[in-house]
Design a protein around this ligand. Sequence first.
Ligand code: ACO
Ligand code: OAA
Length: 370
Amino acid sequence: MTATKGLEGIVATTSEISSIIDGVLTYRGINIDELAEHATFEETIYLLWHGKLPNRAELKSLMDELAANAALPDELLTQLRTYPPGANSMAALRSAVSALALYDEEANDMSPEANLRKAVKLQAKLPTIVAAFARIREGKEPIQPKSGVSIAHNFLYMLTGKDPDEVAVKALDKALVLHADHELNASTFAARVTVATLSDIYSGVTSAIGALKGPLHGGANEAVMIMLDEIGSIENVESYIMNKLANKEKIMGFGHRVYKNGDPRAKHLQKMSRELGERSGNLKLYEMSVKIEELVTGQKGLKPNVDFYSASVYTTLGIPRDLFTPLFAISRVSGWTAHILEQYSDNRLIRPRAEYTGPANVRYVPIDQR
Ligand SMILES: CC(=O)SCCNC(=O)CCNC(=O)[C@H](O)C(C)(C)COP(=O)(O)OP(=O)(O)OC[C@H]1O[C@@H](n2cnc3c(N)ncnc32)[C@H](O)[C@@H]1OP(=O)(O)O
Ligand SMILES: O=C([O-])CC(=O)C(=O)O
């Protein structure tokens, strides 16, 4: 038995949900470039869950169901008010999603119909949790979700209390489409491992949120913004980046386990970053990001991943940087739940082996002889 560090290149499951082949990402066979251009996030959710794009009636029915399930139980709102104001936002989301199961009578009903209903509830409630947490910690009242608007619109509305303009809604909606699923990434794998024990969907999503939080995965988008804030101006970019590279430190938002010639999602986010910057009359973050990319790609051959330009996009949309990774979860819960439903549909316990590298033939030493 020989271990492969980080399971690189190991094919751990079959899946019909998304694929990365020769650097091309598809959801249910549809190229991400086409989806980014044409699909809404709600259409994408339906596609991931049901394997086909919805017709008008199916889309309306999904949007109605999401709206009907977006409000939080009062008990959870009460609990959110007890979280320390300085709590880590992903820890808060992880705790709140875990707690949601306590208030769902069908949390442990493992029928396919109940699991799909719970997927709807999770997708509907995550944006409400994140927005409520963000407001409560600022001493503001949470805002009830509204119906008849998209998840992107509702999230910005619940965060700020104002209806966002169409450009902001479209930009966020596209970012949600781009983050929705990504084959067997670490958080999706964590979700599948958890539910393959036949544990419930809330446990699977809670595990996934824990995995997404780390800076080598979803947490990189916040880390990119921390870096941009530290650099502060375009004049400082070169010395900051060259110094990091000389010290063999990682530049957040670059590199990828699977893509070696670039992440196909990054170009869409780069374009959005430029367009939103132009519209706001402030291209500083975009220009700093482009300069960082030139240096990191030039020096190391590393290309930006999905997390790099999303940092400047979200900041320009007015989203606080510690909500970037929760926002990733608001999108990725669509993919996590699709994978969880797929795992249940043809389950086998996921239990790989470890290559033992510790000492052998060690004898027990009584405590007073140690
Ligand atoms: C949504 C997402 O999860 S996308 C990924 C988000 N994460 C990040 O942006 C964090 C920064 N990037 C990284 O840490 C990595 O590129 C990962 C985690 C994404 C992929 O990791 P792995 O496939 O394990 O690659 P690994 O970390 O072994 O890197 C291979 C080599 O490239 C270097 N490298 C990889 N990424 C970077 C980076 N961002 N900056 C500088 N060097 C890097 C490594 O130091 C290593 O060099 P070495 O061979 O000289 O030791
Ligand atoms: O696939 C990965 O390893 C990470 C990633 O890009 C994602 O989850 O979107």
